[in-house]
Design a protein around this ligand. Sequence first.
Ligand SMILES: Nc1ncnc2c1ncn2[C@@H]1O[C@H](COP(=O)(O)OP(=O)(O)OP(=O)(O)O)[C@@H](O)[C@H]1O
Length: 933
Amino acid sequence: MDIPVQIAIRLKPPSIADSLQCIFSNPVTQIVITESGQTFHVNRALPGDCTQAHLFNSFMIPQVNCFLDGCDTSVVVFGQSKSGKTYTLFGPGFECIHSECDQGIVPRFLTEIFHRLGQMPEREYILHITWMQVVNNNIFDVLGAGLVKCSNVEEAFQYLQLGWRQRCLGNNHTFFTVSMEQKWVGTNGVLNHRMSTASFCDLAAYPEPGLFALENIIKELIAGNPPKQINYDRCILTAMLRDSFGGRAFTWVIGCISTEPDDYQDTLKILNLCLCCRGIKNFVTVNLFADNNTPVYTDKMPTDNAFNLQFATTQWIKLVSNAEGLFNKILQSKSLSEADMNQVTEWLFLKAECDECLNNDMTADNKESSTKQGLPRIAEDTEPSEPSESDVESDSEDSDSETLFQDKLEKLMEYFREKNDQLFADRCEEYLNHIDSDDITISETSGSQSLPIMTSQSNSGRRRTIQPGESISGAQLELLRKVAAKAISPESQKIIIESHKKDIDPEPKLIERELLKMIDSPKTNEICKKYKITKEKYTQKQILARKLSKEISSSQTQLKELINMCIAKQRLIDDLSRTISYNSRNKLYSEKNESHYIDQDTLKEIKRHEINLKTYKKQIEQIKRQIKKDEKRKNTLDVELLKDKLKLDELSESSVDVKDKKSNSIKHFTHRITQLDSILKEKTNDLVNLELSKEKELMLRKEIKNLRKTRECLHEQRCSLGHKRKMYKSLSDSEERKLLECEEAIEAIDTAIEYKNNLICGKSPSASLSDSQDNKDNRSRGEQMLMARLDKLSHDEMKTLLYRYFQKVVDLRSACAALEAGAAAAADEASAWRARAAHAWRLAQRARSFAHHRFLDGGNAERALSFGMTTDSETSDDAMRLVDRVRQLARYPPAPVIPSQNLRQLMPATNLPVAKVTKEKNKLVIVQQDKKN
Ligand SMILES: Nc1ncnc2c1ncn2[C@@H]1O[C@H](COP(=O)(O)OP(=O)(O)OP(=O)(O)O)[C@@H](O)[C@H]1O
């Protein structure tokens, strides 16, 4: 039958707890969802905290059944480096320190196979394992011995330990293979001879070249190319995976993915590759040998009677032991009436007696038949043998020899079979509804109760001897069919479709996280509360749904067990009827009484088993009802969950609206507050400045007041000195200096007062006092340097310097005053002399004219003058003094001129505003005047 490759996704637990996750899985809806909302529908979306046991139980049991039925199986693990591929297949290792719980798929598979074989003592088997690695397209045999035979689980684990130590580490492919040949005689007396291979492949991570080749083959297969036309021999990896992809194996692909945001791109690649594999369909068949289904004994051969009896006994023992187990359970449950209990106890007692007898017989028989039972290995690829004609003949003879009782029994058996089949089919349907799969198609032959018959035209003719599978154990065969026909329950489909349509994030964690992110405003408390309550309800319902699904699955396993029992019972009845027919056929050879006795016994047994069957049926009915109830409950819960999800969405939307509005108003208010804050700051600054300026003004006014007082004192001093000078016409040197000092100090005080007044009036004093640009430009370089130095002086240095300059100015002024007085005196003297000279000149003129008249010969002026002098001695003396004085004055240099520039530098280097200071009553009025005016 065509079975698509099945996909399971396992998330690697995050390395750091609470770290960010970009991939989530929903095991309920079997969806893997990315952070961006992309969804991947898979066959098994394993939970993040999936244990090794859960992983194995969730999909490996059908593989074990298939393998035991004679089908090839395969598990291929994809994943990026360190994503847990090896951990999934093998576990953390095989040393003593590692717990059994951590064992991966391979050790669990081996344990399960040997356990199941132990429960089927009739089966003969040979089991081999191989462990290969593909390193750089070269095969490396890890165990070093090719096929290694394992007789029991302990041996298998020894090889696992050995291989684990010897394997190559690094980015390579690992193949672990278990192959098994089995033989057993079925209940119908025919031989079952099967061969199956289970391969486990741990693929390397990208970028391994073989992986790209495999990727291409997968693409070709999903494009619809028949496997026959695909070249699998392009590399060793693809050759080894021939059966897994497009071959005859029942394949599960496991994608091991990391949830960490850093690995997001790699994870998407692996997810997409896994999904591609889903489109591949493998043709899964039971691998039979040529001698399969051949009768091991014939009724006609009396020599084989012993074998038949022995076979019947074996089956009998098995069935009775089954029944014994069931009876024990029923006894423990105490659900029967006392009479029934006694009957069951009696049955058990009788059984114990039979066991004793049979054991004695068996030991005797074994001695004889031990050589017969050993089955030699059977070669593969042999032609199937046709049923012999004698078989057909014997069948017609059988029908003739049937008794009335047998007819009745046959009818009953037919009725039972029909009922049983119907019941089984119903159960299977229910079970299949539980398993999710949407794209599995069953080949035409799967509609009947037999496995597909592989014809010579079949495309995968590895073993051409496949026979009708009527001899395959029904229950085990059904498991294979279940997997092939599994489908998603309509409710789950609804949820998936709805969530897909509305793009709902089915992962509650994601919704929760997003909502919690959004809802942070304190005023959205109500919505938060509602959301929390709904979320709690949702979680509770989820837990309930999980519980229910668990209950359902446990009920289903119970049901499966019961179905198995029914099958066993059916077989028992079959066997019994066959034994009866056999006995009736042998009536001719045996005594009547004896046979009657056996028949009676057998009848009793049949009746008992029929009663048991009825009780089992009742139990099945009960369980069915319970399952239906549970399913209904589950469905209502699913619907409620959906409603809750919608409600959560609505809540999240409304919370987003409220949040938006809130954030807008908060923004507005924040903006307003910022504005008001800046205004407040400005006002505060203004106020502070105002207060400061007021304080400053007060200070300045005080200073001005003090300065005025000082000025008044100085003025008084100056006035008294001036008055004294007027009175006495002259002052002593010290008094003169004092006067000058007073004048200079008054001038300085006036400037200071004006400066402070400017400050009070808000005029920038610096504008008037500071160095203007013009001044700066006009200055020579030397002056500029001097000014630069002055700027660097400290306050004390400046004070000392000013005081010195003040002294110098006073000195200069006193010198000036002395010079001016000297110049005035000289000017007076000069005018006096000039008047004298004029008088003398007049006298001289008079004398000259007198002389001219008296002395005709005249003489020169000097002579006349000297004559005049001699005649007027006073006048000649004056003239002589005048000449000396003129000579003296001529010898003196002119009065010193103080360069106005130098004087200006003594003042602060400014253009001082010209101010007129007048005194009105008690006030000193200072009026600033324009310089030009
Ligand atoms: N599900 C898990 N639970 C606990 N531990 C895990 C799980 N998955 C992986 N690990 C740990 O992560 C580590 C890496 O895992 P592992 O070696 O199986 O990765 P890998 O994919 O096989 O790596 P490589 O590609 O290198 O072969 C191991 O220590 C393993 O024990």
